[in-house]
Design a protein around this ligand. Structure first.
Ligand SMILES: [Zn+2]
Length: 429
Protein backbone atom coordinates (compact mmCIF):
# COMPACT_ATOMS: atom_id res chain seq x y z
CA UNK A 1 0.00 0.00 0.00
CA UNK A 2 1.25 3.45 -0.90
CA UNK A 3 1.66 5.34 2.38
CA UNK A 4 3.86 8.16 1.17
CA UNK A 5 2.21 10.90 3.18
CA UNK A 6 1.23 8.78 6.15
CA UNK A 7 3.31 9.86 9.16
CA UNK A 8 4.02 7.08 11.67
CA UNK A 9 3.39 9.53 14.52
CA UNK A 10 -0.31 9.37 13.60
CA UNK A 11 -0.62 5.98 15.29
CA UNK A 12 2.24 6.34 17.81
CA UNK A 13 1.68 5.26 21.42
CA UNK A 14 0.78 8.01 23.87
CA UNK A 15 4.22 8.19 25.53
CA UNK A 16 5.90 8.77 22.17
CA UNK A 17 3.52 11.58 21.31
CA UNK A 18 4.11 13.15 24.72
CA UNK A 19 7.89 12.89 24.41
CA UNK A 20 7.72 14.71 21.10
CA UNK A 21 5.32 17.30 22.58
CA UNK A 22 7.61 18.05 25.47
CA UNK A 23 10.69 18.50 23.29
CA UNK A 24 8.78 20.91 21.07
CA UNK A 25 6.97 22.71 23.87
CA UNK A 26 10.22 23.44 25.74
CA UNK A 27 11.72 24.98 22.63
CA UNK A 28 8.51 26.84 21.75
CA UNK A 29 8.19 28.43 25.19
CA UNK A 30 11.76 29.78 24.98
CA UNK A 31 11.21 30.93 21.40
CA UNK A 32 7.96 32.83 22.01
CA UNK A 33 9.02 34.34 25.34
CA UNK A 34 12.05 35.83 23.60
CA UNK A 35 10.20 37.03 20.48
CA UNK A 36 6.45 37.42 20.92
CA UNK A 37 5.69 40.69 22.76
CA UNK A 38 2.24 39.49 23.82
CA UNK A 39 3.47 36.20 25.29
CA UNK A 40 6.29 37.97 27.10
CA UNK A 41 3.91 40.53 28.58
CA UNK A 42 1.38 37.92 29.74
CA UNK A 43 4.05 35.66 31.22
CA UNK A 44 5.78 38.53 33.02
CA UNK A 45 2.40 39.60 34.40
CA UNK A 46 2.01 36.06 35.76
CA UNK A 47 5.56 36.19 37.20
CA UNK A 48 6.57 33.23 35.05
CA UNK A 49 9.70 32.57 33.01
CA UNK A 50 10.29 29.75 30.51
CA UNK A 51 12.75 28.10 32.93
CA UNK A 52 9.89 27.59 35.42
CA UNK A 53 8.27 25.14 32.99
CA UNK A 54 9.85 21.72 33.52
CA UNK A 55 7.09 19.48 32.18
CA UNK A 56 3.87 19.52 30.17
CA UNK A 57 2.02 19.37 33.49
CA UNK A 58 3.87 22.49 34.72
CA UNK A 59 2.84 24.26 31.55
CA UNK A 60 -0.82 23.24 31.91
CA UNK A 61 -0.85 24.30 35.54
CA UNK A 62 0.94 27.63 35.21
CA UNK A 63 1.07 29.12 31.72
CA UNK A 64 -1.36 32.04 31.36
CA UNK A 65 -4.20 31.78 28.87
CA UNK A 66 -4.34 34.11 25.90
CA UNK A 67 -7.60 34.79 24.11
CA UNK A 68 -8.77 36.73 21.08
CA UNK A 69 -9.68 39.76 23.22
CA UNK A 70 -6.08 39.96 24.54
CA UNK A 71 -4.71 39.88 20.99
CA UNK A 72 -7.19 42.55 19.86
CA UNK A 73 -6.41 44.74 22.88
CA UNK A 74 -2.67 44.48 22.20
CA UNK A 75 -3.32 45.39 18.57
CA UNK A 76 -5.41 48.42 19.54
CA UNK A 77 -2.79 49.59 22.06
CA UNK A 78 0.30 49.19 19.91
CA UNK A 79 -0.91 49.30 16.31
CA UNK A 80 0.82 45.94 15.73
CA UNK A 81 -1.40 44.24 13.11
CA UNK A 82 -0.48 40.82 14.54
CA UNK A 83 -1.50 41.80 18.08
CA UNK A 84 1.90 40.87 19.57
CA UNK A 85 1.73 37.28 18.36
CA UNK A 86 4.40 37.44 15.65
CA UNK A 87 7.47 35.55 16.86
CA UNK A 88 9.42 35.34 13.64
CA UNK A 89 11.18 37.86 11.50
CA UNK A 90 8.93 39.87 9.15
CA UNK A 91 11.14 38.73 6.27
CA UNK A 92 9.87 35.19 6.88
CA UNK A 93 6.27 36.29 6.43
CA UNK A 94 5.11 35.75 2.87
CA UNK A 95 1.63 37.17 3.38
CA UNK A 96 -0.99 37.97 5.91
CA UNK A 97 -4.13 35.84 5.81
CA UNK A 98 -7.20 36.51 7.88
CA UNK A 99 -9.97 34.52 9.47
CA UNK A 100 -13.39 34.95 7.89
CA UNK A 101 -14.41 37.53 10.48
CA UNK A 102 -17.69 35.83 11.37
CA UNK A 103 -17.53 37.38 14.82
CA UNK A 104 -16.95 40.84 13.34
CA UNK A 105 -13.19 41.28 13.77
CA UNK A 106 -11.02 39.04 11.57
CA UNK A 107 -7.87 37.57 13.10
CA UNK A 108 -4.63 38.06 11.16
CA UNK A 109 -2.44 35.07 10.42
CA UNK A 110 1.13 35.46 9.22
CA UNK A 111 1.79 32.86 6.57
CA UNK A 112 5.19 31.58 5.53
CA UNK A 113 6.07 29.80 2.29
CA UNK A 114 8.91 27.91 3.84
CA UNK A 115 8.02 27.01 7.44
CA UNK A 116 6.05 23.81 6.99
CA UNK A 117 4.49 23.50 10.43
CA UNK A 118 3.14 26.98 10.02
CA UNK A 119 0.59 25.97 7.41
CA UNK A 120 -3.06 25.44 8.06
CA UNK A 121 -3.33 21.92 6.63
CA UNK A 122 -1.25 18.80 6.97
CA UNK A 123 -0.42 16.48 4.08
CA UNK A 124 -1.58 13.70 6.43
CA UNK A 125 -5.21 14.80 6.24
CA UNK A 126 -5.14 15.44 2.51
CA UNK A 127 -3.69 11.97 1.98
CA UNK A 128 -6.15 10.28 4.34
CA UNK A 129 -9.12 11.85 2.54
CA UNK A 130 -7.97 10.56 -0.82
CA UNK A 131 -5.81 13.02 -2.80
CA UNK A 132 -3.00 11.33 -4.73
CA UNK A 133 -0.13 12.52 -6.98
CA UNK A 134 -1.28 13.09 -10.54
CA UNK A 135 -4.89 13.80 -9.53
CA UNK A 136 -6.99 16.73 -10.60
CA UNK A 137 -8.65 18.52 -7.72
CA UNK A 138 -11.23 21.27 -7.41
CA UNK A 139 -9.98 24.19 -5.32
CA UNK A 140 -12.70 26.53 -4.07
CA UNK A 141 -10.94 27.65 -0.93
CA UNK A 142 -10.93 31.32 -0.19
CA UNK A 143 -8.11 33.71 -0.88
CA UNK A 144 -8.04 34.67 2.81
CA UNK A 145 -6.05 31.48 3.68
CA UNK A 146 -4.74 30.64 0.25
CA UNK A 147 -1.42 29.24 1.39
CA UNK A 148 -2.87 25.77 1.97
CA UNK A 149 -2.78 25.09 -1.74
CA UNK A 150 1.00 24.71 -1.61
CA UNK A 151 0.38 21.23 -0.26
CA UNK A 152 -1.49 20.25 -3.40
CA UNK A 153 1.49 21.36 -5.41
CA UNK A 154 3.84 19.50 -3.10
CA UNK A 155 1.87 16.31 -3.66
CA UNK A 156 1.97 16.68 -7.42
CA UNK A 157 -1.79 17.10 -7.76
CA UNK A 158 -3.25 19.74 -10.05
CA UNK A 159 -5.80 22.18 -8.67
CA UNK A 160 -8.45 23.80 -10.84
CA UNK A 161 -9.47 27.09 -9.19
CA UNK A 162 -12.96 28.48 -8.65
CA UNK A 163 -14.47 31.35 -6.72
CA UNK A 164 -16.14 30.37 -3.49
CA UNK A 165 -19.40 31.80 -4.77
CA UNK A 166 -22.72 30.56 -6.16
CA UNK A 167 -22.00 32.39 -9.42
CA UNK A 168 -19.10 30.02 -10.18
CA UNK A 169 -20.86 26.72 -9.44
CA UNK A 170 -21.90 26.05 -13.06
CA UNK A 171 -18.29 26.45 -14.25
CA UNK A 172 -17.16 24.12 -11.45
CA UNK A 173 -19.66 21.44 -12.44
CA UNK A 174 -18.59 21.47 -16.05
CA UNK A 175 -14.97 21.02 -14.92
CA UNK A 176 -16.08 18.03 -12.82
CA UNK A 177 -17.54 16.38 -15.89
CA UNK A 178 -14.66 17.27 -18.19
CA UNK A 179 -11.63 16.55 -15.94
CA UNK A 180 -13.10 14.01 -13.51
CA UNK A 181 -11.30 15.35 -10.42
CA UNK A 182 -10.86 13.10 -7.37
CA UNK A 183 -10.81 15.62 -4.56
CA UNK A 184 -12.25 18.99 -3.65
CA UNK A 185 -11.42 21.66 -1.11
CA UNK A 186 -13.88 22.88 0.01
CA UNK A 187 -17.65 22.73 -0.15
CA UNK A 188 -19.84 24.78 2.24
CA UNK A 189 -23.52 25.37 3.02
CA UNK A 190 -23.83 28.30 0.57
CA UNK A 191 -22.29 26.20 -2.23
CA UNK A 192 -24.54 23.24 -1.42
CA UNK A 193 -27.53 25.58 -1.55
CA UNK A 194 -26.38 26.84 -4.96
CA UNK A 195 -26.06 23.24 -6.21
CA UNK A 196 -29.51 22.40 -4.91
CA UNK A 197 -31.04 25.34 -6.78
CA UNK A 198 -29.16 24.47 -9.92
CA UNK A 199 -30.43 20.90 -9.71
CA UNK A 200 -34.01 22.14 -9.38
CA UNK A 201 -33.70 24.64 -12.24
CA UNK A 202 -31.58 22.78 -14.77
CA UNK A 203 -31.98 19.09 -13.87
CA UNK A 204 -28.17 18.77 -13.90
CA UNK A 205 -27.04 15.24 -12.92
CA UNK A 206 -25.10 15.91 -9.71
CA UNK A 207 -24.56 12.21 -9.01
CA UNK A 208 -22.66 11.99 -12.27
CA UNK A 209 -20.76 15.24 -11.62
CA UNK A 210 -19.49 13.91 -8.26
CA UNK A 211 -18.93 10.33 -9.38
CA UNK A 212 -15.13 10.62 -9.75
CA UNK A 213 -14.47 12.01 -6.24
CA UNK A 214 -12.71 10.13 -3.42
CA UNK A 215 -12.96 13.03 -1.02
CA UNK A 216 -14.92 16.30 -0.86
CA UNK A 217 -13.95 18.42 2.10
CA UNK A 218 -16.69 20.39 3.86
CA UNK A 219 -16.12 23.21 6.31
CA UNK A 220 -17.15 26.58 7.69
CA UNK A 221 -19.76 25.33 10.14
CA UNK A 222 -21.33 22.04 11.24
CA UNK A 223 -23.31 20.24 8.54
CA UNK A 224 -27.06 20.07 9.14
CA UNK A 225 -29.29 17.06 8.50
CA UNK A 226 -30.69 18.43 5.22
CA UNK A 227 -27.26 18.95 3.64
CA UNK A 228 -26.10 15.56 4.88
CA UNK A 229 -29.06 13.97 3.04
CA UNK A 230 -28.15 15.89 -0.12
CA UNK A 231 -24.54 14.70 0.10
CA UNK A 232 -25.82 11.16 0.30
CA UNK A 233 -28.29 11.56 -2.57
CA UNK A 234 -25.59 13.09 -4.81
CA UNK A 235 -23.05 10.41 -3.77
CA UNK A 236 -20.58 12.97 -2.41
CA UNK A 237 -17.84 11.31 -0.28
CA UNK A 238 -17.75 14.16 2.21
CA UNK A 239 -15.19 14.69 5.00
CA UNK A 240 -15.57 17.62 7.36
CA UNK A 241 -12.80 19.82 8.69
CA UNK A 242 -12.89 22.43 11.43
CA UNK A 243 -10.66 24.98 13.14
CA UNK A 244 -8.12 23.70 15.62
CA UNK A 245 -8.19 26.70 17.91
CA UNK A 246 -6.73 29.03 15.24
CA UNK A 247 -3.56 26.88 15.33
CA UNK A 248 -4.52 25.01 12.18
CA UNK A 249 -7.33 22.70 11.20
CA UNK A 250 -8.58 19.27 12.26
CA UNK A 251 -10.10 16.81 9.80
CA UNK A 252 -12.24 13.72 9.78
CA UNK A 253 -10.59 10.43 8.81
CA UNK A 254 -12.15 7.51 6.92
CA UNK A 255 -13.90 6.45 10.15
CA UNK A 256 -15.65 9.87 10.29
CA UNK A 257 -15.87 9.73 14.05
CA UNK A 258 -14.71 13.14 15.26
CA UNK A 259 -11.93 15.52 14.22
CA UNK A 260 -8.31 14.43 14.71
CA UNK A 261 -6.20 17.02 16.56
CA UNK A 262 -2.54 16.30 15.72
CA UNK A 263 -1.01 16.48 19.14
CA UNK A 264 2.58 16.44 17.89
CA UNK A 265 1.81 19.73 16.12
CA UNK A 266 -0.52 21.33 18.68
CA UNK A 267 -0.79 20.85 22.44
CA UNK A 268 -4.51 20.22 22.83
CA UNK A 269 -6.38 20.92 26.09
CA UNK A 270 -10.02 21.15 27.07
CA UNK A 271 -10.95 23.28 30.08
CA UNK A 272 -14.02 24.31 32.00
CA UNK A 273 -14.82 27.73 30.46
CA UNK A 274 -15.68 29.22 33.84
CA UNK A 275 -13.14 27.72 36.27
CA UNK A 276 -10.33 26.97 33.80
CA UNK A 277 -9.97 23.48 35.32
CA UNK A 278 -8.99 20.63 32.97
CA UNK A 279 -11.82 18.53 31.50
CA UNK A 280 -11.06 14.81 31.28
CA UNK A 281 -11.48 12.66 28.17
CA UNK A 282 -15.19 12.11 27.48
CA UNK A 283 -16.16 15.53 28.85
CA UNK A 284 -17.15 18.87 27.34
CA UNK A 285 -15.43 22.21 27.64
CA UNK A 286 -13.54 24.97 25.85
CA UNK A 287 -10.71 23.94 23.52
CA UNK A 288 -7.31 25.48 24.32
CA UNK A 289 -4.44 25.12 21.85
CA UNK A 290 -0.70 25.75 21.82
CA UNK A 291 1.16 25.65 18.51
CA UNK A 292 4.19 23.36 18.89
CA UNK A 293 5.78 23.64 15.44
CA UNK A 294 4.72 27.02 14.09
CA UNK A 295 7.54 29.46 14.83
CA UNK A 296 6.14 32.42 12.87
CA UNK A 297 2.93 33.36 14.69
CA UNK A 298 2.42 30.66 17.32
CA UNK A 299 -0.50 30.91 19.72
CA UNK A 300 0.41 29.82 23.23
CA UNK A 301 -2.36 28.48 25.50
CA UNK A 302 -4.94 30.08 23.27
CA UNK A 303 -8.54 29.92 24.45
CA UNK A 304 -10.39 29.18 21.24
CA UNK A 305 -13.90 30.09 22.38
CA UNK A 306 -15.03 26.74 20.89
CA UNK A 307 -17.03 24.36 23.04
CA UNK A 308 -16.14 20.75 22.26
CA UNK A 309 -16.66 17.22 23.46
CA UNK A 310 -13.41 15.26 23.30
CA UNK A 311 -11.81 11.85 23.78
CA UNK A 312 -8.32 10.37 23.81
CA UNK A 313 -9.58 6.88 22.99
CA UNK A 314 -7.99 5.29 19.95
CA UNK A 315 -10.00 5.87 16.76
CA UNK A 316 -11.31 2.99 14.64
CA UNK A 317 -8.76 4.12 12.01
CA UNK A 318 -5.94 3.29 14.44
CA UNK A 319 -4.87 6.85 15.19
CA UNK A 320 -4.03 7.66 18.77
CA UNK A 321 -4.33 11.45 18.91
CA UNK A 322 -7.18 13.34 20.58
CA UNK A 323 -10.47 13.63 18.72
CA UNK A 324 -13.15 16.23 19.27
CA UNK A 325 -16.67 17.22 18.24
CA UNK A 326 -17.49 20.96 18.13
CA UNK A 327 -20.65 21.96 19.98
CA UNK A 328 -20.64 25.66 19.11
CA UNK A 329 -18.97 28.90 20.13
CA UNK A 330 -18.84 29.76 23.82
CA UNK A 331 -20.11 33.18 22.69
CA UNK A 332 -23.02 31.68 20.69
CA UNK A 333 -24.90 30.52 23.74
CA UNK A 334 -28.12 32.46 24.25
CA UNK A 335 -30.10 32.34 27.48
CA UNK A 336 -33.82 32.79 26.91
CA UNK A 337 -35.37 33.35 30.32
CA UNK A 338 -32.44 31.41 31.74
CA UNK A 339 -32.67 28.50 29.27
CA UNK A 340 -29.61 27.77 27.15
CA UNK A 341 -30.12 27.77 23.37
CA UNK A 342 -27.31 26.98 20.91
CA UNK A 343 -27.70 27.30 17.11
CA UNK A 344 -27.59 23.50 16.82
CA UNK A 345 -30.70 23.31 19.02
CA UNK A 346 -32.91 25.03 16.42
CA UNK A 347 -31.12 23.89 13.25
CA UNK A 348 -32.92 20.60 12.53
CA UNK A 349 -36.31 22.14 13.37
CA UNK A 350 -35.79 24.88 10.76
CA UNK A 351 -34.63 22.31 8.20
CA UNK A 352 -37.79 20.26 8.79
CA UNK A 353 -40.00 22.94 7.18
CA UNK A 354 -39.80 22.50 3.36
CA UNK A 355 -39.46 26.20 2.45
CA UNK A 356 -36.67 26.75 5.02
CA UNK A 357 -34.96 23.37 4.51
CA UNK A 358 -31.67 24.99 3.44
CA UNK A 359 -31.20 25.76 7.14
CA UNK A 360 -30.03 29.34 6.57
CA UNK A 361 -30.87 31.15 9.81
CA UNK A 362 -29.49 33.47 12.47
CA UNK A 363 -30.28 33.88 16.14
CA UNK A 364 -30.69 37.62 16.77
CA UNK A 365 -28.88 38.14 20.02
CA UNK A 366 -28.07 41.71 21.12
CA UNK A 367 -26.88 40.23 24.44
CA UNK A 368 -26.55 36.81 26.03
CA UNK A 369 -29.66 37.04 28.24
CA UNK A 370 -32.93 37.51 26.42
CA UNK A 371 -36.60 37.32 27.29
CA UNK A 372 -37.56 36.22 23.77
CA UNK A 373 -35.88 34.01 21.16
CA UNK A 374 -35.66 35.94 17.87
CA UNK A 375 -34.77 34.11 14.67
CA UNK A 376 -34.06 35.38 11.17
CA UNK A 377 -34.80 32.53 8.77
CA UNK A 378 -34.19 32.26 5.04
CA UNK A 379 -36.80 30.72 2.72
CA UNK A 380 -37.10 29.49 -0.84
CA UNK A 381 -39.86 30.18 -3.38
CA UNK A 382 -42.90 32.45 -2.79
CA UNK A 383 -44.66 31.04 0.27
CA UNK A 384 -47.44 32.73 2.24
CA UNK A 385 -45.21 34.39 4.84
CA UNK A 386 -47.49 34.51 7.92
CA UNK A 387 -48.30 30.86 7.54
CA UNK A 388 -44.63 29.94 7.02
CA UNK A 389 -43.52 31.95 10.08
CA UNK A 390 -46.09 30.12 12.18
CA UNK A 391 -44.94 26.71 10.95
CA UNK A 392 -41.27 27.51 11.60
CA UNK A 393 -42.13 28.81 15.08
CA UNK A 394 -44.08 25.65 15.82
CA UNK A 395 -41.21 23.38 14.72
CA UNK A 396 -38.69 25.32 16.83
CA UNK A 397 -41.01 25.25 19.82
CA UNK A 398 -41.39 21.49 19.48
CA UNK A 399 -37.59 21.11 19.48
CA UNK A 400 -36.65 23.58 22.22
CA UNK A 401 -39.78 24.26 24.27
CA UNK A 402 -39.37 27.96 23.39
CA UNK A 403 -41.79 29.75 21.04
CA UNK A 404 -39.59 32.02 18.87
CA UNK A 405 -40.32 35.24 17.07
CA UNK A 406 -39.53 34.48 13.41
CA UNK A 407 -38.43 37.07 10.84
CA UNK A 408 -38.39 35.68 7.29
CA UNK A 409 -36.08 36.66 4.45
CA UNK A 410 -35.39 35.09 1.02
CA UNK A 411 -32.37 32.74 1.12
CA UNK A 412 -30.62 34.85 -1.50
CA UNK A 413 -30.87 37.86 0.86
CA UNK A 414 -29.83 36.15 4.10
CA UNK A 415 -26.71 34.80 2.36
CA UNK A 416 -25.52 38.39 1.98
CA UNK A 417 -24.81 38.48 5.73
CA UNK A 418 -22.03 35.95 5.28
CA UNK A 419 -18.50 35.60 4.17
CA UNK A 420 -18.71 33.26 1.19
CA UNK A 421 -18.61 29.94 3.06
CA UNK A 422 -21.20 30.43 5.84
CA UNK A 423 -23.42 32.97 7.59
CA UNK A 424 -22.93 33.93 11.24
CA UNK A 425 -25.39 31.85 13.28
CA UNK A 426 -25.76 34.55 15.91
CA UNK A 427 -25.90 38.26 15.24
CA UNK A 428 -26.40 41.38 17.34
CA UNK A 429 -29.14 42.73 15.09
ZN1 LIG B 1 -9.66 8.23 12.81
Amino acid sequence: MDRRYFDSVETAPRHEIEARQWARLREQVQHTFARSPLVRREWEKAGLSPDDIRSIDDFKARAPFIDKAAIQAFRAETGDPMGGVLAGDLSEVALYGTSSGTTGDPTMFAESWTARGEMIFTPRDIWETGLRPGDHLIDVQMVIRSIGRLYFQDMGATPIFFHHDASDVARMLSACVRYRPTWMFHISSPLIYALERMEAETKVDLRDAFSSFRGVIYGGEPMGRHNRDLMERWGVPVFEFTSLGDCGTAWECQARDGFHAWEDLVLFEVIDPVSGAPVESGGRGEMVCTALVDKVDPLIRYRSGDLVRWTNEKCACGRTHARYWPLGRVGDETLVNGRSVMPTDVWTAIESVPETAAGLFQIIRPQRDLSELKLRVGYDGQPELNDLAARVAKAVEAATGIRPNVELMPNTEILKFGPPHKIPRTTRQ
